[in-house]
Design a protein around this ligand. Structure first.
Ligand SMILES: [Zn+2]
Length: 83
């Protein structure tokens, strides 16, 4: 798995709907790539902030969050919005 594949995979990984083989690849990459560990942490933090931000229309996403992360959160959110 490459860094790019990993970032594409994060939303699926966090949704828990991924096959064990894919999860293993994901976790293997995290073991060898501190950058992706940092990215994953940032992603999870953004999800957490995003949830409260979207619940409150007046809230804004912090300027420190990269646009691409916000996009990822929004697309993950629309995908898992069924429930
Ligand atoms: Zn990586």
């Amino acid at each position: 798995m490459t860094c790019r594949e990993l970032t594409d995979f994060i939303a699926d990984y966090l949704s828990g709907e991924t096959p064990p083989d894919s999860r293993r690849e994901f976790e293997c990459h995290l073991k060898i790539c501190p950058n992706c560990v940092t990215y994953l942490r940032g992603y999870q933090e953004t999800m957490r902030l995003g949830r409260s931000a979207f619940d409150d229309e007046a809230a804004t996403v912090p300027d420190t969050v990269p646009d691409e992360l916000v996009e990822a959160v929004l697309s993950a959110r629309s995908k898992s919005n069924a429930g």
